[in-house]
Design a protein around this ligand. Structure first.
Ligand SMILES: *[C@@H]1O[C@H](CO)[C@@H](O)[C@H](O)[C@H]1NC(C)=O
Ligand SMILES: *[C@@H]1O[C@H](CO)[C@@H](O)[C@H](O)[C@H]1NC(C)=O
Ligand SMILES: *[C@@H]1O[C@H](CO)[C@@H](O)[C@H](O)[C@H]1NC(C)=O
Ligand SMILES: *[C@@H]1O[C@H](CO)[C@@H](O)[C@H](O)[C@H]1NC(C)=O
Length: 485
């Protein structure tokens, strides 16, 4: 009997250990706060297009007075298909339209005011710009977002807190009930210093928005879905946490811009930053202005997307008075997209051999360094071993010729929380870059212009929890001439 039970025990043990050997190690615990599903989808977009269009387009101004006649809104060749085609050429998957700007003129036929397209000669007052964009975007698989200015210089109810909040909420319901899915809604705190004194019921507005659109991201200075980056240059802080204490934020408060810019490693809320900037000087189309050059747009890209921030190229790829995006802007956006493709379509690290200080679960745990070279930038990643100390590294070694590059790309598996506080890049033992946060994507353009070497090491010196690297790239940017030649 004893022998038989011993034998059984041995058989069970060996089956068990065989099984254990082939099973994957579970992922490490997340570190809170985490992004919501909608925030995670949003962060992967990288580029969003903003369209400033309205009466200002026809009066050559940025802030209308509210006294404009709707009759001046007269785009003779408006074609939203051309707007969306421009966006897709630029690799954009979400377009946000100014449904109403500070002048109060509505681009859709709102039931609650006559200060809208209804009073314009365009389509004899039967037009609806929001609907045109929604139709064109839907046909091309592009998502739509809307901007509805809280400050309204036309409506008489403005200044009467109750009456205006009712009016504003009624318009929100029109926009969020009648046009299908809206992926982002943009609230800003802009307000002239001589505007009547009144308060906005943001809590009511946000609750209504979430009730009507479950997967929407709400942008404002203070979230709750996406926060403002604190400037309109399109630059994030060189330290940029997606986490922040939302309770310390308020809309239109100038004293929090630095906090918005960097976020907070101890923040209790996931509220990533969005960088807004115009492709031109102004937000609206002006005959006298032209789009920024490719090098300037790339600089913005490295300082926004490259710093864990979503670049909202408020592509004042603003439609012109014809109702079309100007040729020069279409061309610039296409050049910009092509430059991004040139830089990032090839990754020298893919041809390297890769090793790391350690890996979670050992050789077959599923968390090896090779995961940073696959196409999944979120859910497959290199994780060091739990037992390890603060200092971790992953190294890429050329298998032939030396590596020639000037851009380093690092991505964290943010689905499990943002972790890295401090990191450095070493080439053959010499440090060529260092930084603080990484987040969804961190790009280093190397100051020396170009680097040659055999071994590139990413070293992580500080992290809120085990660092998880989901992707790594070594790229060559031919547009980068740090010494101006
Ligand atoms: C605006 O109204 C608020 C209360 O509604 C008040 O606290 C504030 O002092 C007012 N500001 C001005 C400039 O009148
Ligand atoms: C603006 O932010 C600062 C810093 O968080 C805070 O002390 C102040 O009360 C805020 N002001 C308003 C009007 O919310
Ligand atoms: C944010 O909140 C956390 C938790 O309450 C706190 O530890 C941290 O100090 C706060 N950050 C700031 C800047 O106050
Ligand atoms: C607007 O842009 C379109 C397309 O690029 C162009 O044909 C048209 O002339 C422009 N209109 C104005 C007023 O510049």
């Amino acid at each position: 009997m004893a022998k038989l039970s011993q034998l059984l025990c041995i058989i069970t043990l060996s089956t068990y250990s065989k099984l254990a050997f082939s099973l994957a190690t579970p992922p490490p615990l997340p570190i809170l706060p985490l992004p919501s599903y909608a925030q995670l989808k949003w962060q992967q977009r990288e580029l969003i297009m903003f369209l400033h269009f309205g009466v200002n387009t026809f009066t050559d101004s940025e802030w209308g007075t509210g006294n404009e006649s709707p009759a001046i809104f007269h785009p003779t060749g408006l074609d939203a298909n051309q707007w969306v085609d421009t966006a897709t050429k630029g690799g954009v998957s979400l377009m946000i339209l100014t449904a109403k700007h500070h002048d109060g003129f509505c681009l859709w036929p709102s039931k609650y005011t006559d200060h809208s397209v209804v009073g314009s000669p365009w389509k004899n007052g039967h037009g609806d710009v929001v609907q045109e964009l929604v139709n064109a975007a839907k046909a091309r698989g592009v998502d739509v977002g809307l901007y509805l200015s809280p400050w309204d210089r036309h409506d008489r109810r403005y200044g009467n807190t109750k009456a205006y909040n009712e009016y504003y909420l009624a318009q929100l319901q029109e926009l969020l009930n009648n046009y299908g899915n809206v992926r982002e809604i943009w609230f800003d705190g802009a307000k002239g210093s001589n505007a009547p004194n009144m308060s906005y019921d943001f809590n009511d507005w946000f609750a209504m928005v979430k009730e009507l659109q479950s997967t929407i991201n709400i942008f404002s200075d203070a979230g709750p879905g996406v926060r403002w980056v604190g400037n309109e240059k399109g630059y994030a802080g060189s330290t940029c946490w997606s986490t922040i204490n939302a309770s310390s934020l308020s809309i239109g408060n100038g004293s929090i811009v630095n906090y918005l810019n960097t976020g907070d490693p101890k923040g209790t809320d996931w509220l990533p930053a969005e960088c807004d900037v115009s492709i031109r000087t102004g937000w609206f189309w002006h005959k006298s202005q032209s789009p920024k050059g490719v090098n300037e747009l790339l600089e913005i890209y490295y300082n926004s997307v490259g710093r864990n921030c979503l670049l909202l190229l408020l592509l004042n790829v603003p439609p012109n008075t014809t109702g079309l995006i100007s040729k020069s802007d279409v061309q610039r956006l296409t050049e910009f997209k092509s430059a991004i493709n040139t830089i990032f379509s090839s990754n020298l690290a893919e041809k390297c051999s890769v090793k790391a200080t350690s890996q979670r679960g050992g050789r077959n745990g599923g968390f090896g360094p090779e995961n940073v070279l696959d196409s999944d930038h979120l859910w497959t990643y290199w994780a060091p071993n739990d037992e390890d100390k603060e200092d971790h590294w992953i190294e890429f070694k050329a298998t032939g010729e030396p590596l020639r590059f000037n851009v380093v790309r690092i991505q964290e598996a943010i689905g499990l929380g943002q972790r890295i506080r401090r990191h450095g890049i070493y080439v053959d033992g010499n440090r060529v870059a260092r930084g603080t946060t990484v987040g969804y994507k961190r790009l280093h353009r190397l100051g020396s212009g170009v680097v040659y070497g055999y071994k590139v090491r990413l070293r992580i010196m500080g992290s809120r929890a085990l660092p998880l690297i989901s992707s790594f790239g070594l790229h060559f940017d031919p547009f980068w001439h740090p010494n101006g030649h």
